[in-house]
Design a binder for this molecule. Sequence first.
Ligand SMILES: O=P(O)(O)OC[C@@H](O)[C@@H](O)c1c[nH]c2ccccc12
Length: 263
Amino acid sequence: MPSVLDQIIDGVRDDLSTRQQDTPLEQLQRLAEAQPAARDGEGALRAPGLSVIAEVKRSSPSKGALADIPDPAELATRYAAGGASAVSVLTEARRFGGSLADLDAVRAAIDLPVLRKDFVVTPYQVWEARAHGADIILLIVAALDDVALRELMALTRQLGMTALVEVHDEVETTRAVDLGASVIGVNNRNLKTLDVDPETFSRLAPLVPETCVRVAESGIRDHEDAAMLARAGADAVLVGEALVTGGDPSAAVDAMRSAGVAR
Ligand SMILES: O=P(O)(O)OC[C@@H](O)[C@@H](O)c1c[nH]c2ccccc12
């Protein structure tokens, strides 16, 4: 039985081959080179206090539809007003309801670093992220072998972007650290089963060197969860569902950010 992650990546590869036919790599590279330089995503997350990466997320494989989000730019503007350090935009279409158009809209609306959140498996997607103005990309260790991960990390750096390298267990964490990742996200959700274990971050954080930015991801409901994660060593939290379903995204971001101050 293929895992949920395998199934998602199969769909991503299909959609990718369509885009590669429409837009050849050389054209993307020209678009990427015409972009203003990438913003310093790592620096934004390293800033003192608990940083919030606020996510534009319409649906998820685990919960189905979460929110319509007719105007992602407006949502991103609210995140920025609440003090988000970066905005994450899901661009995966089949399971998460995202698109590169969402990324474009958010990029045009705010001046914060923007994270392209997708299942990146080829250099083409890294160029694509930069061509659409992203400053940070997600690289999921569970989806990549060391050769691919090293190549994608190097290209990300070459394009002036930050890689958020995502792990879910001890082996993946060691791989990320050994490959020199400087921003490591611990996903409390297992992408192979979609189960959330809120203790995952606390268990893995000690394996991540102090010199790295530690990001806690998934299942973070409120300022109390954020405070707990800050105490467990999180420099940043990545939050989607709680912000898109909560009614007041600015206040929710502000509450989480402020919760980290008392750490
Ligand atoms: O909506 P939540 O539970 O707050 O989670 C946000 C984010 O962590 C989640 O969307 C996520 C983390 N890693 C991913 C990888 C792929 C897709 C999605 C994700």
